[in-house]
Design a protein around this ligand. Structure first.
Ligand code: AMP
Length: 479
């Protein structure tokens, strides 16, 4: 068992890892990290929850040349939520190295992303369509790219992105490292690897902890007309702190969410018909523990990392067998106990058979909870319903607690550069280079992150200091 300190990692990265609370590398990190540092192409068969994002983020951040303005790492992934999450992981791990990461995804105005890309950008995480769009517009420059990561490769192919992924690969510099992560290793993925990777090392991690599934899978056979009452009975006897209820369609999500709300549940919903902003906001609130029940379509099933979900209910049997595995994978994370209950009506029998064939096991049949069992648990359930959920502190919030983002009313137009801000801020008593975080220079203003709780010192001192002989207005940034 290795320690993070055993890898030749920069102090800035080790301290970010420590702040994130990662005590030791996960199985996949132990294998992927040294190979990437060693310059090898890597194929890793791994699932979300294994720590795979950090497995590619840590070594690539280590190797990023901070001074280079053009992107050095490109990560392709299947969904917007994942793009945002991977961007955040890079930002968190690269915080003290001042790594700038940008997420690119569709259905957000392209101009915001273009503005972000005009700045120094070390890492880009995006969905294939939008990444291609930026390449074609000339707003994403790839000539300095050193690392190309295909994340959730099986899902990218499954969603029909193969052509776009290949088209992007053809535009990348030949001299690069390619890393591919996938939960399954199909012949299509093998072909992709053979075509575009250079003698890749194949890593299949045997994480004992992961293998010993802590998810109790149960199945209830119930008529469609009785699904709602059954669902409520399970919520009473299980009384989860947080729970996702999966449905197959957004109409079903809408209806179920409304019913639960009327019945006094602390509930919100997530589906593909909502705007991007709404989806991200709901995910954020759910992660934080602002409400207990999330009713969702499969947009919430894939890859999204939320801790402490003690129960998943599948209100409908999924149309696609793979979805079953992704849905139940939202619970029982990090070795905790999780319950996954699926409600199956007679007309869902065929899908159910396909799922059981796919997972190579028969899901345990359980009866609808008996009335006296439900009543025995009712009091505890009501008490929890009346109390507000415990608010979880998110990792990035913990990291951000010591960081103040400061606004200066001068940027590119005034010919200011990052080095001008670093020079001035460094000259303040009690401030060192390591206290200065990410600097974002826009046309008319600049944002500077001050780390280690030293924001107030800088804010005060800057009222009387100039940057490149210019007196700027300075205040705490609003965004
Ligand atoms: P992933 O497989 O990338 O979705 O990561 C799953 C979760 O594990 C994320 O919340 C990570 O922040 C967390 N994580 C990654 N590496 C470690 C580690 N070495 N120790 C503890 N948690 C980790």
């Amino acid at each position: 068992m290795k320690n993070f300190k055993d890898f030749a990692l920069d102090e800035t990265i080790l301290s970010a890892i420590a702040d994130l609370g990662y005590e030791e590398p996960t199985a996949i990190q132990q294998q992927v990290l040294p190979s990437v540092l060693d310059g090898k192409d890597v194929i890793a068969k791994s699932k979300t929850g294994s720590g795979k994002t950090a497995a590619f983020a840590i070594p690539t951040i280590e190797k990023i040349d901070w001074a280079e303005n053009k992107p050095q790492v490109l990560v392709l992934l299947p969904t917007r939520e994942l793009a945002v999450q991977v961007k955040e992981d890079f930002t968190n791990i690269g915080r003290y190295k001042r790594i700038k990461a940008v997420a690119l995804f569709g259905r957000e105005p392209i101009r915001f992303q273009t503005t972000a890309l005009r700045q120094k950008t070390h890492v880009v995480a995006g969905t294939p369509g939008r990444v291609m769009d930026h390449i074609e517009r000339g707003t994403l420059k790839l000539d300095e790219l050193k690392y190309f990561v295909i994340d959730e490769a099986d899902e990218l192919l499954h969603m029909g992105f193969l052509d776009q992924v290949e088209a992007i690969i053809k535009l990348l510099p030949k001299k690069r490292q390619t890393l591919l992560f996938s939960a399954t290793y199909s012949s299509e993925i093998r072909k992709l690897a053979e075509r575009y990777m250079n003698q890749p090392i194949f890593i299949e991690h045997e994480d004992k902890q992961m293998k010993k599934s802590t998810i109790e899978q149960k199945l209830v056979e119930v008529d469609t007309a009785h699904k709602y009452e059954t669902l409520k009975k399970f919520t009473v006897i299980e009384n989860p702190n947080s729970c996702i209820v999966f449905c197959n369609t957004k109409d079903q999500v809408d209806q179920l969410c409304e019913k639960l709300e009327n019945d006094g549940y602390s509930v919100d919903m997530l589906h593909g018909g909502m705007t991007q902003d709404d989806r991200l906001a709901v995910m954020k609130d759910f992660r934080r523990g602002d409400f207990r029940y999330l009713v969702a379509t499969d947009v919430a099933a894939r890859g999204i990392d939320i801790e402490d979900i003690s129960m998943v209910i599948q209100y409908d049997v999924p149309y696609e067998k793979e979805s079953y595995v992704h849905r139940i994978g939202r619970t029982g994370r990090a070795g905790q106990r999780g319950v996954a209950i699926m409600l199956a009506a007679k007309n869902e029998r065929r899908q159910l058979n396909e799922i059981e064939e796919y997972i190579e096991k028969t899901i345990e049949r359980v009866a609808i909870p008996a009335i006296d069992l439900v009543e025995a648990n009712r009091q505890a359930f009501e008490t929890k319903m009346q109390s507000s959920p415990e608010r979880k502190v998110m990792k990035s919030e913990q990291l951000n607690a010591n960081i103040m983002k400061i606004y200066f009313n001068g940027g590119k137009k005034k010919k200011l550069r990052a080095i001008d801000f670093v020079g001035t801020i460094n000259s303040i008593d009690g401030i060192e280079g390591k206290d200065i975080g990410i600097i974002t220079i826009e046309e008319a203003c600049t944002f500077v992150e001050i780390l280690n709780g030293k924001g107030p010192i800088v804010l005060k001192a800057m009222q009387n200091k100039t940057v490149k002989n210019k007196q700027l207005k300075v205040h705490i940034a609003k965004k």
